[in-house]
Design a protein around this ligand. Structure first.
Ligand SMILES: Cc1cc2nc3c(=O)[nH]c(=O)nc-3n(C[C@H](O)[C@H](O)[C@H](O)COP(=O)(O)OP(=O)(O)OC[C@H]3O[C@@H](n4cnc5c(N)ncnc54)[C@H](O)[C@@H]3O)c2cc1C
Length: 432
């Protein structure tokens, strides 16, 4: 039997170390520096503080856990990664310190899987070494959830491709050394066969950021999600990743991993919110008794714990399917955790925030910042509805229509069949 919910003691020891390390060494970075500095490698904090912390993570064998061993990761699999990411999800800086930050983790995965030796040497290695950051540039201003409307295109010109078009919400482009840009390379076939992934050094002439868009409370002009115009950008012909026409196959590999990693980290964020909720319930007295003694507050605690526990098991199961069956066969499970992530975050963080009263919604607690993560999780890597469609399609695949006019569970037919099966016994009974 393989239903085992325990963590092996050796790994638990590592996790305990990670928990203390994140709390003591990394969370102070969250408190001292704005979030976008996480990706700004030119900031001195990277050289002076982050590099030595990364060295310690590497020394402990915890670096780039999501990647196979031969690619510089630990190769220890998704289940252990889920437990690790729960802790890293408590801090904005922790994924960077552990070499597991989005979008670099997903970009590294597709470079490792589809890249040529030259592409790996030039782009993957410095990414794995933590020397550079990267960008994934797919969404366009006219629509992200529908790739059918994508227009950004690359045209072959001798030994080069020339890229023209716009992309929207290309996270961290302003700090990235290169971007993986989805482009139309063959407009004469459906986009699912006619799009390619292009490796574009961001210092190429024509990579023009129109503006950097922020989210939540970031001031206009201060964000790091680029609205970018690629204007006659020339890249060598060998900069196509995985061959022409492979963009959608590659995107699925990339986005699947990214989605489940976000979910793993969100478990940690929800746990942090629940910790705050419980501490508050036990600390605040109103109308003569602790909040924790009020039944409605007890309901908050209970509902939050149940939701978090269900979500955590769902994420762990999806991680297990990815590890043991394969990420490409985990579409249903990954779509499931993707949809759950936004909902669970929204509800648990809201309760924690609400229970802190004015303090909860103030800028003196991290809760309102955490809460803005919920709608982001419902949009980034595809909106909730799109994943609900995937779930419904996958679930419906294992069903077929009823054979006749009545549902297969229609009682009159089933009762008649059961009566016939036990006819002799029923007759005897009737004679008594
Ligand atoms: C913080 C953040 C970071 C991001 N980073 C990146 C990045 O690095 N690179 C990148 O390429 N993109 C990135 N994105 C973009 C993201 O992938 C898109 O926002 C997402 O795919 C949705 O596209 P859209 O914003 O154009 O919304 P639309 O496609 O316009 O959808 C808007 C809404 O319409 C509804 N809708 C859409 N499709 C359907 C449907 N089929 N059925 C029912 N309802 C539907 C949903 O309610 C949806 O939320 C990021 C987004 C965010 C918020």
């Amino acid at each position: 039997m393989g239903w085992d919910f325990s963590t092996d003691p050796e790994y638990q020891e590592q996790l305990d170390w990670v928990r203390d390390f994140v709390h003591d060494e990394i969370e102070p970075l969250d408190l001292a520096f704005p979030h976008h500095i996480v990706y700004d490698k030119s900031h001195p904090v990277h050289r002076e503080v982050v590099k030595p912390l990364q060295a310690e993570v590497k020394r402990r064998g915890m670096w780039a856990w999501h990647l196979d061993r031969e690619l510089g990761g630990t190769g220890e699999g998704q289940v252990k990664l889920a437990l690790l990411n729960e802790i890293l999800g408590r801090s904005s800086w922790a994924p960077m310190v552990f070499g597991a930050q989005a979008p670099d983790s997903g970009n590294a995965e597709i470079l490792a899987t589809y890249g040529t030796e030259e592409q790996k040497a030039k782009y993957l290695q410095p990414l794995l070494d933590g020397e550079i950051v990267s960008c994934f540039s797919m969404t366009e201003p006219q629509g992200g959830a529908d790739p059918g409307v994508f227009q950004c295109a690359a045209v072959r010109d001798g030994d080069e491709y020339v890229i023209n078009g716009e992309k929207w919400f290309s996270s961290n482009l302003r700090y990235a050394a290169f971007a993986i840009v989805m482009v139309v390379t063959d407009p004469d076939v459906p986009i699912y066969q006619g799009a390619s992934m292009m490796l574009v050094p961001t210092d190429s002439p024509g990579v023009n950021i129109v503006r950097n868009v922020g989210i939540g409370g970031e001031r206009l002009g201060e964000g790091s999600h680029a609205y970018v115009r690629y204007e006659n950008v020339r890249v060598p012909a060998d900069h196509v990743l995985g061959g022409e026409g492979q963009a959608f196959v590659i995107a699925q590999t990339r986005l699947g991993g990214g989605r489940i990693h976000h979910a793993m980290r969100s478990v940690g964020m929800c746990q942090r919110a629940l910790d705050m909720l419980c501490e508050r319930a036990l600390s605040r007295t109103t109308q003569g008794s602790l909040l924790a003694d009020k039944q409605m507050v007890q309901q908050y605690v209970a509902d939050s714990w149940i939701q978090l526990h269900q979500f955590r098991l769902q994420v762990m199961h999806a991680a297990w399917v990815c590890e043991h069956v394969g990420g490409h066969k985990a579409r249903l499970e990954i779509a499931g955790v993707k949809v759950a992530t936004a909902k669970v975050l929204q509800e648990i963080v809201f309760r924690a925030m609400h229970l802190h009263g004015a303090l909860g919604v103030s800028n003196e607690m991290p809760l309102i910042g955490m809460w803005t993560t919920a709608p982001v999780m419902g949009i980034a890597d595809g909106p909730t509805e799109v994943h609900q469609v995937t779930i419904a399609r996958q679930v419906l695949k294992s069903y077929k229509p009823a054979a006749g006019p009545w549902p297969s569970e229609h009682l009159p037919g089933r009762v008649a069949a059961a009566r016939e099966k036990f006819a002799s016994l029923l007759d005897e009974q009737a004679m008594l």
